[in-house]
Design a protein around this ligand. Structure first.
Ligand code: SAM
Length: 190
């Protein structure tokens, strides 16, 4: 049950020195500007995290896994990779937890730039639907911890103010309305 694993009472109580000892040598969250940005929810044996670790070497990331033995396996996997590749895999860690209950204990509002839910258990039987990590009830919580990407993108701030037309509107006390479009590849065309 949940009583077998510790849960931080708030994101500021997550001990980064335990997870990323080379980056946070002293106890606690030494460099508070550096926070976990990727979470792999139900990370299983950690393959995605291991690949992401070298692809995004500057990003702190964590796997959240319910099964104790699987979590221990991922911990060992990361530790041996760190030993075999000095200086690498320092940005990746794993925690045993129930992501359906404790996400807000780990991450502040808007902290995460990416959340991964890869091959989550489908729980086909209706009586088990409540165990699905993707469910309408949890979307608010996921939205809470996710960064609003457009606001974080430095380019977006320029859209209203950097062009001469935009400056003219601002000078005249007008309003600007910005729209950002995301291209979706059509499924029926090549
Ligand atoms: N993402 C991995 C992959 O693609 O190989 C693992 C997929 S596996 C089908 C689903 C994983 O989610 C299992 O390891 C399971 O223990 C974990 N899981 C299920 N519910 C969870 C929860 N509430 N909190 C954390 N992990 C959970």
């Amino acid at each position: 049950s949940d009583s077998h694993f510790p849960v931080p009472i708030s994101p500021s109580h997550v001990d980064y020195s335990l997870h990323y000892p080379q980056l946070f040598p002293s106890s606690g969250q030494a460099d508070s500007s550096k926070k976990i940005q990727f979470a792999d929810v139900g990370c299983g044996f950690g393959g995605l995290l291991i690949s992401l670790s070298t692809l995004f070497p500057e990003t702190l990331m964590i796997g959240m896994e319910l099964r104790d033995k699987v979590t221990e396996y991922v911990k060992e996997r990361i530790l041996s990779l760190r030993v075999a590749n000095p200086g690498k895999y320092q940005n990746v860690s794993v925690v045993r937890t129930n992501s359906m209950k404790y996400i807000p204990n780990y991450f502040e509002k808007g902290q995460l730039s990416k959340m991964f839910f890869l091959f989550p258990d489908p729980h086909f039987k209706e009586k088990n639907h409540r165990r699905r990590v993707i469910s309408p009830f949890l979307l608010d919580e996921y939205a809470y911890v996710l960064e609003v990407e457009l606001e974080a993108d430095p380019v977006v701030k320029l859209l209203c103010s950097a062009t001469e037309e935009g400056q003219k509107v601002a000078r005249n006390g007008g309003q600007t309305f910005q729209a950002v479009f995301r291209r979706i590849a059509p499924s029926d065309q090549t």
